[in-house]
Write a protein that binds this ligand. Structure first.
Ligand code: NAP
Length: 303
């Protein structure tokens, strides 16, 4: 699997990440980790809150059942979401990471992302937490999730580490960050800029977008692949997928990877066959015609 640059860092990473939010539902987590790793997916995404912490614990235990060495994988976790609030205080960031490390059974995570914006954020607190975690060797790279440009710039004013990644929902059925760029200066629904031109900002600043829930529509409403609600889209996906000798799931992955913003796809499947389909997709490069045909088939109208 061809690697991509992780933000402005020197680190080269796989374009496909295995998201571990659903690992507490996996039948055999060690086999899932091994399948991903054997197919080039050596980057694993976590959060302190997944399964109430259970997902990190299951992963940590399962990793030790495999022959994969800790230093051969990239481990990322997130913090900042608490019950009934968001919390980017120094105290919470540090204690959350320390708990994640214990659950994962490791000494450091490669990357830490701030999960969802905290309006009570005090950037000096974030900076102090990042400095301490970096100095202690507990976190190597830092980033954010679900943040827009001005929020990132506010952090950057004080935080000295480069913010290398931003995790955002993106996939064939969730394309707001693209729509508003295509519909500039129009008055239709698609022209509404809901995220401060985050796609352009990410490209201008070399921040890696990590596309979460890539196969879902809405906010966890369901999967669009094979879903009769989206029959026209699926017909086109199946035809183009057959042409490339991949599955529709693989194609939905290749569609994200085709974008020159060089995003990472975070796949949340706990199914070994799907992991292989998704890994295979990283070798496929869609044509411009195919990319736009899929975009239109998803219900998007070009001005
Ligand atoms: N930063 C954030 O706010 C945020 C929010 C949500 C998620 N995330 C990250 O993104 C990752 C992925 O999220 P997600 O699990 O919602 O995304 P997803 O990969 O779009 O969805 C995976 C789910 O869809 C099911 N599925 C059914 N048919 C499928 C098909 N044909 N292809 C692929 N999956 C199919 C999978 O079941 P099977 O297991 O049976 O295949 C699994 O339950 C998470 O693990 C987490 O790391 C981040």
């Amino acid at each position: 699997m061809d690697k991509i640059r992780f933000g402005t860092s020197d680190l080269q990473v796989a374009p496909v990440i295995l998201g571990c939010m659903r690992m507490n539902g996996a039948e055999n987590p060690a086999e899932i980790i091994e399948t991903a790793y054997d197919h080039g997916i050596d980057f694993f995404d976590h959060a302190d809150i997944y399964g109430g912490g259970e997902c990190e614990t299951i992963f940590g235990k399962a990793l030790k059942e495999t022959s994969i060495k800790r230093e051969d994988i990239i481990l990322q976790t997130k913090c900042g979401i608490r019950k009934g609030m968001f919390d980017f205080s120094k105290e919470h960031i540090i204690s959350s990471v320390e708990e994640s490390l214990k659950r994962l059974g490791v000494d450091y995570v490669d990357a830490l992302l701030l999960h969802r914006p905290d309006t009570l954020v005090e950037p000096e607190e974030v900076a102090a937490a990042f400095d301490q975690l970096e100095a202690q060797g507990k976190v190597k790279y830092f980033g954010v999730s679900n943040q827009k440009p001005m929020q990132i710039d506010l952090l950057k004013k004080t935080v000295k580490q480069p913010l290398v990644a931003n995790q955002l929902q993106f996939g064939i059925k969730h394309t707001g960050m693209i729509d508003q760029g295509i519909h500039v200066n129009m008055t239709d629904e698609a022209s509404i800029d809901r995220d401060g031109s985050i796609l352009d900002y990410s490209r201008l600043n070399d921040m890696t977008i990590q596309a979460w829930s890539p196969y879902q529509y809405g906010f966890f409403e369901g999967v669009f692949i094979g879903n009769e609600k989206f029959a026209d889209l699926n017909e086109i996906l199946d035809r183009i997928a057959a042409h490339h000798n991949i599955t529709a799931t693989g194609l939905a992955t290749a569609w994200i990877l085709r974008h020159p913003a060089k995003m990472q796809v975070i796949a949340g499947t706990m199914n070994k066959e799907r992991i292989k389909e998704i890994a295979k997709a990283s070798e496929i490069k869609l044509s411009r015609e195919e990319w736009y045909e899929i975009y239109r088939a998803a219900g998007n109208i070009l001005p």
